[in-house]
Design a protein around this ligand. Structure first.
Ligand code: SAH
Length: 218
């Protein structure tokens, strides 16, 4: 399988025509081996225009969604980033190419460990992982210039705003369990400015400031 060719096709057909114009973002998508982050039997499909299962009922997001969220952060390489929902580690690897430091929290130990192995093997030394409830953020390394939440939130967790640096950006899907709006929230002093990038569907953000495990009530 010529994965380099598949990556070029993915970038040219799925990302660039849909408004992913940031050269550094496109470059990262050309460089990161997405097939490494999916189960072996799904590798051939790993550059397709869709999410894929990664085990434990979770998914690796569609490439375009990862690109859209990443581009929305407007990174130049000097930032400290918090990611909530490590999952496969693919989004973390993309962020690692574009920012200075990446801190990523995942609630499922098995997924975090697997992501850690792949990220280490691919040489992304600027990513630190932690197992826990990401709705509480990761206070130790705050404030963050950018925060990406890759699971669907019922509302914006307070910690995300608290741990965001001034002029920092938070990208988060907010809505119901089944459909959300992708919001970009910029912090300006005590105010926040919110933009809606459109509809999306993510797996639920479970935890203190997310959905409760056994039901649709918060
Ligand atoms: N960016 C990831 C997306 C993974 S799906 C990728 O491309 O692979 C979202 C992940 O969020 C799942 O792995 C899920 O377990 C995790 N998650 C859900 N609620 C969480 C919480 N409160 N804290 C940390 N991770 C959470």
């Amino acid at each position: 399988m010529d994965y380099n060719a598949l990556r070029s096709v993915m970038t040219e057909r799925q990302l660039a025509p849909r408004g992913i114009t940031d050269k550094r973002v496109l470059e990262a998508f050309l460089n990161v081996s997405r097939h490494e982050f999916v189960p072996v039997e799904l590798r051939a499909a790993s550059y397709g225009d869709h999410p894929l299962p990664i085990g434990e009922g979770q998914t690796i997001s569609q490439p375009y969604m990862v690109a859209l969220m990443t581009q929305a952060l407007g990174l130049n390489g000097n930032e400290r980033i918090l990611e909530i929902g490590t999952g496969s580690g693919y989004q973390s690897a993309i962020l690692a190419c574009l920012a200075k430091e990446v801190y990523s929290v995942e609630r499922l130990k098995g997924l975090s460990e697997k992501a850690g192995e792949i990220l280490a093997r691919l040489g992304h030394r600027n990513v630190k992982l932690r197992v826990g409830d990401g709705t509480l953020g990761w206070e130790e390394h705050a404030p963050y210039d950018g925060i990406i939440v890759s699971a669907a939130a019922p509302a914006v967790p307070g910690s995300c705003i608290e741990q965001l640096a001034n002029n920092g950006r938070l990208v988060i899907p907010v809505g119901s369990m089944w459909s959300q709006s992708l919001l970009v929230i910029e912090k300006k002093g005590n105010e926040t400015i919110s933009r809606d990038l459109g509809g999306c569907v993510f797996v639920p953000l479970l935890g203190k400031d997310g959905w409760k495990k056994n039901g649709n009530d918060r």
